[in-house]
Design a protein around this ligand. Structure first.
Ligand code: COA
Length: 313
C-alpha cells in the first residue's frame, strides 16, 4: 500500500478570532492561548460536505496523476453528511464521474484514519487497486454559532488521499503498525444529544481523555511495529487543539520538530483534519520517501485509530 496523492479543499470564507469576538463574549488571546487557533474556514451557500469532499478528491487524483476512471473504491469519513442517504461517497462518486462506489465511515474526528485503515486492508482484495479515501466535515452545520464554548473550536473542510497497491520502495511494506480502539465510557463527552441539533461537549474532560487516547494508540501502533518514538519521522495527530497535540507528543517522546501542527488557520475540521495536515506537510516538503509517519485520529465515541506508515513518494 502506498499513498499516491493528497488533496485539500476548504471553504472560501475565512472567519478569524477577531471576527468571532465581534459577536461572542470571547477574544483572540483566549482562543489562541487555549487552542492555538487563529481562524477557521466556514462553508457558505453551495459549499456542502459533498462539494468539499469531491474537490479534495479531485485534487488528490490530480496529485497522483490518475484519472477518475482508475478508482475502484471511494470511502468518505464524515459525521456531517448532507443527507442521510445515499452515502456521501455515492454522491462524491457521481460528482467525480467515478466508475466505482463505496461507503461512508462515521468515526467523527477519528473517521479518516478508520477509513484509511479500512481501505488499506481492502487493497488486499485483487479487485481493488486504487482507493480514494476522503475525510470531510461541515461541523458548522452542527455547532451552535452562539455557543462560545464550541463555536471557536471548529472549522469546515475536506482532505483526501489516493491509496494504491504496489511498492515504490521494493520490499518495504506501507503499513508498519496499526491500532484501533477507544474509550466508550466517554460516549457523552462530545455528542449531539438525542433530539438536539448542536454539539455538546465537556471540554476539560475531553482534553484529558483525548490526550491519554492519543498516547495509548500511538504507543500501541508503534509497539506492534517493534518501533519506538525515535522511529517516527513525522507525527500527524488529529488537529483538535495545539495543547492536546503538544501534550500527546511530549508524553510519546516525539520532539516538536517532528510534529505537524495545522490548527492555526483551519481549527478543528473533524474527519478532514488529518488529510489536510498531511497535504500541508507534503506541500511544505516535510514528507519524504522512506519517512516513517505516525498518523493518529481521536474523536467522539471516544474512538481512536492509528496507522504507522512508511511514506514512499
Ligand atoms: N472565550 C472566552 N472564555 C471562554 C470561552 C471562549 N471561547 N469558552 C469558554 N470560556 C470560559 C468558560 O466559560 C470558563 O469560564 P468560568 O470559569 O467563568 O466558568 C472558562 O473560560 C474556563 O473554561 P474551561 O472549559 O475550564 O476552559 P479550559 O481551559 O478547559 O479550555 C477548551 C476550554 C475547550 C479550550 C479546552 O477544554 C479544550 O481544548 N478541550 C478539548 C476540546 C476539543 O479539542 N474538542 C474536540 C476534540 S475531537
Amino acid at each position: 500500500m502506498r499513498v499516491a496523492g493528497l488533496g485539500a479543499a476548504v471553504p472560501q470564507q475565512r472567519v478569524s478570532n477577531h471576527d468571532l469576538a465581534e459577536r461572542l463574549d470571547t477574544s483572540d488571546a483566549w482562543i489562541v492561548g487555549r487552542t492555538g487557533i487563529k481562524a477557521r474556514h466556514i462553508a457558505g451557500l453551495g459549499e456542502t460536505t459533498t462539494s468539499l469532499a469531491a474537490e479534495a478528491g479531485r485534487r488528490a487524483l490530480a496529485d497522483a496523476g490518475l484519472a477518475p476512471a482508475a478508482v475502484d473504491l471511494v470511502l468518505v469519513a464524515t459525521a456531517t453528511p448532507d443527507t442521510p442517504c445515499p452515502s456521501t461517497s455515492a454522491r462524491v462518486a457521481a460528482d467525480l464521474g467515478l466508475r466505482a462506489s463505496g461507503f461512508d465511515v462515521n468515526g467523527a474526528c477519528s473517521g479518516f484514519v478508520h477509513a484509511f485503515h479500512t481501505a488499506a486492508a481492502l487493497l488486499a482484495d485483487p479487485s481493488i487497486g486504487v482507493a480514494l479515501v476522503i475525510g470531510a466535515d461541515r461541523f458548522s452545520s452542527i455547532v451552535d454559532p452562539d455557543d462560545r464554548g464550541t463555536a471557536v473550536l471548529f472549522g469546515d473542510g475536506a482532505g483526501a488521499a489516493v491509496l494504491t497497491r504496489g511498492e515504490a520502495i521494493p520490499g518495504a511494506p506501507g503499513v508498519l503498525g496499526t491500532d484501533l480502539g477507544g474509550d466508550p465510557s466517554g460516549v457523552a463527552i462530545l455528542e449531539v444529544p438525542r433530539g438536539g441539533a448542536y454539539v455538546a461537549m465537556d471540554g476539560p474532560e475531553l482534553f484529558r481523555r483525548a490526550t491519554r487516547g492519543l498516547v495509548a494508540s500511538g504507543s500501541a501502533a508503534l509497539g506492534r511495529a517493534g518501533a519506538t518514538a525515535a522511529d517516527v519521522d513525522l507525527y500527524v495527530p488529529h488537529q483538535a487543539n495545539a495543547r492536546i497535540i503538544g501534550a500527546a507528543a511530549d508524553r510519546l517522546g516525539i520532539t516538536e520538530d517532528r510534529v505537524v501542527l495545522d490548527v492555526a488557520e483551519r481549527a478543528n475540521t473533524s474527519a478532514a483534519s488529518i488529510p489536510l495536515a498531511l497535504e500541508a506537510a507534503q506541500r511544505a516538503g516535510r514528507l519524504r520517501p522512506g519517512h516513517r509517519v505516525l498518523v493518529s485520529g481521536i474523536g467522539a465515541g471516544l474512538a481512536w485509530s492509528t496507522v504507522y506508515l512508511r511514506w514512499d513518494r
